[in-house]
Each structure stands twice: as structure tokens, then as C-alpha cells.
Design a binder for this molecule. Structure first.
Ligand code: HXC
Length: 286
């Protein structure tokens, strides 16, 4: 391979690619989101994770901070994404203490198994409120800061930015609404709404330098999603049914996040990146 091509690649994938960047993440104490944030911190970022549970969020922040000597990771508990004022306060604290917000991960979600016949209107509303309204509230609270970051990192469009990236959103969605999943009507509706919002944000804010994409994880080992949605005794069989022959890992979702936030994702906007080992294509075959 010619040397200049190799150098270009190494500009994208290297230690410190997220030096001086700040990521703001909702649902940050969860297994998938904490792995996403940990990867970004490992590669240089500082972070603010928010969640409803105070001790869990604060403990996770301390744990993520061990990913890199000198990392600053704020853990702000008692933040319910359904309450815009608590998100605005958290975003302002993040900017005050860490200097800005370059990346947002909208990861807070609600889930349980229930047939629609047993689902109360309030149960349906709770999941829609956490997923859709929560994602909207997250975008509203952070967009001014993302626009500031995007303005700092804008380029002519002809070359990759020399000083890294900024003004990026990743929504964490799912694949269960592509083919229909029993006991998940509430989540299917909510995740479809999140996907739609991501595309609208992408085309609306793209001209101002902000990118907005979705990561749709499939079944990921050792996550709350798999624990809630599958029975322990059937898990080996479910894992073998994935075309990849196994469940995914949280690292694989983190790697997809790095791809979207690094220069590698500069021209990716309004997309859903499915990371599921091919699982959803086989939905309905089992
Ligand atoms: C039927 C249920 C229920 C259940 C709650 N409800 N659990 N209905 N079956 N198992 C109903 C309640 O009875 C109530 O309706 C309404 O939902 C609201 O419940 P609350 O407990 O008051 O709400 P709240 O405390 O806000 O909790 C929200 C929640 C809860 C969504 C219900 O599960 C939650 O907090 N989840 C957050 C964490 C989480 O789910 N993480 C998993 C993400 S995994 P009534 O009518 O009685 O008032 C994920 C993976 C997706 O998203 C895809 C993976 C492949």
C-alpha cells in the first residue's frame, strides 16, 4: 500500500483521536452505553453520563474514568429524560465543568415484555415517553452546544478536519421493529419514532455541521436487554440462531460508535447502522 494512503488511515484510527472532546450520554450507566462511553474516554474524550439512579450513575462514572489516566467523567444522577429541565441542567453542568459537548449518545430506554392485550395506556406511554420524548429532550438540551462544536470543526468539505470532529449525535435504537416482535409493541413503536427523529435531525441540522445517526444493536451478551427479553435456558439456542453464530459484545457496539464519531464517520448522516451479526434478517425463520 502506498505510504500516503497508510498515513491517511492512521489519521483516522489512532490513540488520542478524541483528545479534548466531550461526550454527553443518557442511559450512561447501562451496559451498552457505558461501553460506548468507555471506548471514547479510552481514546481521549472526557464524558458526562446521566441516569435516573444516583449511586449507579456515580459508580459507573468512577469506573469509566479508569479507562484513561487523567480522564474526567461526570456522573449526574436523578436525571429523568422525560423531564426536560433536568436534562438542560445536566447539559449546562457538563459544559461548565468539561468545556462543551462535542458528541451526544441518546441511549436511555425503557423495556419490558408484555402482550398488547396486557399493556395499559400508561405502560405504552411510559416507554414512548422515555424513548421518543427522552431522545427529543436530549437533542433539545444539547443542540446549542453541538452547534458550537460543529462550527469549530467545520471544513470546506474538501478535506477531513485537521482537528477532529464535533457536533455528532448517535441514538441507540433496536432492530425489533423491522419484522415485528411479540410482546414488544410499545418498544417497536418507540424505536421506530427514534429512528425517524434521527433522520429528521440529520437533514435539518446537517447543513449546520451536525450529524445524526442511529446504532441498532441486535442481541448483545450480558446486557439488560438480553436479560429482560430472553430466558436464561434458551440463550445458547438463540445465540446459535444468529447468522454470526453468537450474540454480540458491548465492545462491538462501542467500536461502531467510534466509527461514527471519528473522521471515518464524516460523511455518514441520517443512517441506521445495524450491529447484529445479521440477526434481524432471520426474524420469523425460527
Ligand atoms: C406490563 C408494565 C410492566 C410489565 C411496568 N409496566 N412494567 N406493564 N408488564 N412488565 C407498566 C406499569 O404497570 C405502569 O402502568 C407503567 O408501565 C409505568 O410503570 P412505572 O413503573 O410507573 O414506570 P417507570 O418507573 O417510569 O418505569 C419505566 C419502565 C421500566 C419502562 C416501566 O421498565 C424502566 O424504568 N425501565 C428502564 C430501564 C430499562 O428498561 N432498561 C432496558 C433497556 S433494554 P400502569 O397502567 O399500571 O400505571 C432495551 C433493549 C431493547 O431497551 C432491544 C434489545 C434487543
Amino acid at each position: 500500500m502506498p505510504l500516503e494512503k497508510y498515513q491517511y488511515m492512521s489519521d483516522v484510527w489512532k490513540d488520542g483521536i478524541f483528545d479534548n472532546k466531550v461526550v454527553f450520554c443518557t442511559g450512561g450507566a447501562g451496559s451498552i452505553c457505558s461501553a460506548q462511553v468507555r471506548a471514547l474516554v479510552h481514546l481521549g474524550a472526557n464524558a458526562c453520563i446521566v441516569g435516573r439512579n444516583v449511586p449507579k450513575t456515580e459508580r459507573m462514572a468512577l469506573d469509566i474514568a479508569t479507562a484513561r489516566p487523567g480522564a474526567k467523567v461526570l456522573g449526574i444522577g436523578a436525571v429523568d429524560v422525560r423531564k426536560p429541565e433536568s436534562l438542560v441542567a445536566a447539559a449546562e453542568r457538563c459544559v461548565k465543568e468539561l468545556g462543551g459537548i462535542d458528541f451526544v449518545i441518546a441511549g436511555a430506554a425503557g423495556n419490558f415484555l408484555a402482550p398488547i392485550s396486557q399493556l395499559s395506556a400508561n405502560a405504552m406511554k411510559s416507554v414512548i415517553d422515555i424513548d421518543i420524548l427522552g431522545s427529543y429532550n436530549t437533542v433539545k438540551a444539547t443542540l446549542p452546544h453541538l452547534l458550537t462544536s460543529a462550527a469549530l470543526h467545520r471544513t470546506s468539505g474538501k478535506t477531513a478536519p485537521a482537528n477532529g470532529t464535533g457536533g455528532r449525535i448517535v441514538f441507540v435504537s433496536a432492530t425489533l421493529h423491522y419484522a415485528g416482535t411479540p410482546l414488544q409493541s410499545h418498544v417497536a413503536v418507540a424505536k421506530a419514532g427514534v429512528d425517524a427523529m434521527a433522520v429528521s435531525v440529520a437533514i435539518e441540522q446537517g447543513p449546520r455541521g451536525v450529524t445524526s445517526n442511529v446504532i441498532a444493536p441486535g442481541p448483545i451478551a450480558e446486557t439488560e436487554g438480553v436479560a429482560r427479553l430472553t430466558k436464561k435456558e434458551g440463550r445458547d439456542k438463540s445465540a446459535k440462531a444468529v447468522p454470526a453464530g453468537r450474540f454480540g459484545t458491548v465492545k462491538e457496539i462501542a467500536d461502531a460508535t467510534v466509527y461514527l464519531f471519528a473522521d471515518s464517520g464524516n460523511f455518514v448522516n441520517g443512517e441506521v447502522l445495524v450491529v447484529d451479526g445479521g440477526a434481524w434478517h432471520t426474524a420469523g425463520l425460527g
